[in-house]
Design a protein around this ligand. Structure first.
Ligand code: SF4
Length: 351
């Protein structure tokens, strides 16, 4: 009896995370018309209904077959921290019981969800809490879009923008991240405009080139953090594989092909990359590019040994850039009363 139940469960396929093509193939295999896949899409991603029996516009017999042959497992909320500024940080349980982080950031009309692409991360940036965990595995498309669904449901609000900037390096899980983004963008999925979706990368050059050819107008944010190879080798070890010159060539091509402005993320670390000379080097590197610089004063992670620069140093760095025609803003610290740095909540909350 136990064996029989296990065999049935093992045969069931998880539909959550499938796009229209895969769902169409699945329903057609069951002998159903293709439009049933569209109905399934709406239930799963627009109404967040994962119980087939509650999908009331499907015939009863089909609901029964679906429950027998398939599942619709989505991530669930394991823990929420709410900041006084309205930022909500989530620990979400994914398919194998492991956990990832996601953050919801309200800013005026805009409600941005910052989602994870991997459990842990294998890139090893020296200032990052997630790097301390190492990489466990890539997330499946359903585990990525399911973060969005779970936080929309928990907060009762509709997300307007998504940044793939949580745990993991999105371009190291390229296929799943692209499938997830297409689901977020699809009118029967989450219906978010491609321009409201952003991928953040440390600079995996071949994948940036792939992304430029995707014909999906998503935004690109490049975590630069230094304008010379010596400093960047130290902070972002993948720089040894894809040095700054190669990275910038790929970014230039990306801008040429997509006509989209690229964002450069630059975490400011006291005494490491925060001097006026560093700012001038950065301005020179970005000269003439359609871009914007996001300066991120370091959110302390005690184990890393790095510190946040003084406010005056941050201001001076920004001025060095803007006076040379490089648009630069200092990212406001959000959720500073909670475990705001990516990876901190999961490391402290072994649920
Ligand atoms: S900063 Fe991003 S890419 Fe670097 S180790 Fe952390 S999660 Fe990975």
């Amino acid at each position: 009896m136990t064996t029989g139940t296990k065999a049935t469960t093992e045969r069931r396929v998880n539909l959550y995370g499938m796009g229209l093509e895969e769902l169409t193939a699945f329903v057609q295999e069951l002998g159903e018309p293709a439009y049933r896949a569209r109905q399934l899409m709406e239930w799963l991603y627009q109404h967040h209904v994962t119980d087939f029996h509650a999908m009331t516009n499907l015939p009863k017999a089909l609901r029964h077959t679906l429950a027998e042959r398939a599942t619709a497992e989505a991530p669930t909320v394991a823990h929420v921290q709410v900041s006084t500024d309205g930022t909500r940080k989530y620990l979400l349980r994914v398919f194998d019981g492991d956990t990832v982080e996601a953050v919801l950031i309200p800013e005026g009309e805009r409600l941005t969800a910052c989602l994870s692409s991997q459990i842990g991360c294998g890139i090893g940036c020296r200032f990052c809490a997630t790097a301390l965990m190492g990489l466990t595995r890539n997330l499946a498309p359903g585990e990525i879009v399911g973060q969005l669904a779970a936080i929309q449901q928990e907060s009762g609000r509709r997300v307007t923008n998504v940044v793939m900037m949580g745990m993991g390096e999105p371009l190291a899980n390229y296929t799943s991240v692209m499938r997830a983004l297409r689901l977020m963008n699809h009118p029967l999925g989450f219906g978010l405009g491609a321009r409201r979706l952003t991928i953040s990368t440390v600079g995996i050059v071949p994948r940036i080139r792939d992304l430029a050819r995707e014909n999906l107008q998503v935004g690109l944010a490049v975590s630069l953090h230094a304008a010379d190879d010596e400093t960047r080798d130290l902070l972002v070890p993948i720089n040894r594989r894809y040095p700054i010159a190669e990275l910038m060539a790929a970014v230039r091509d990306y801008i040429e092909q997509t006509h989209r402005r690229v964002t450069f993320e630059y975490v400011l670390l006291r005494g490491v990359n925060d001097s006026p000379a560093d700012a001038r080097k950065l301005a020179k590197l970005l000269e003439g590019l359609l871009c914007h610089v996001n300066l991120i004063p370091f959110n302390p992670v005690p184990e890393t040994g790095f510190e946040r620069p003084e406010a005056a140093v941050i201001k001076r760095f920004q001025e060095e850039l803007t006076s040379r025609g490089i648009p630069a803003t200092v990212r406001r610290s959000r959720g500073s009363d909670i475990d705001a740095a990516c990876g901190q909540l999961r490391r402290r909350q072994p649920v």
